[in-house]
Design a protein around this ligand. Structure first.
Ligand code: SF4
Length: 76
């Protein structure tokens, strides 16, 4: 079942390819959409909790999410 925040996702109905860029440099379009998204935070938390490996979630690429996880571990 989809979490309820997905109903309000700014990326709903958009081409999913935008959110699965091959390189971080190509993620700008997705990040711009995420920046305006009302559910950015729950989306990011979902990706972190579920260890999503691919794609842009909550405005963060996989590499950026890994960095976030490391930062949180350090400050925990
Ligand atoms: S933050 Fe980005 S990936 Fe997440 S729901 Fe919003 S637009 Fe989609």
């Amino acid at each position: 079942m989809n979490p309820s925040w997905r109903q309000r996702a700014a990326c709903r109905g958009l081409d999913p390819d935008i959110f699965y860029p091959v390189t971080d440099e190509e993620a700008d379009e997705a990040k711009a959409i995420c920046a305006e998204c009302p559910v950015r935070q729950p989306c990011l938390e979902h990706a972190l909790a579920n260890r999503e490996h691919d794609g842009v979630w909550g405005g963060a690429t996989e590499r950026e999410r890994r960095r976030l996880v490391r930062q949180r571990r350090k400050s925990a």
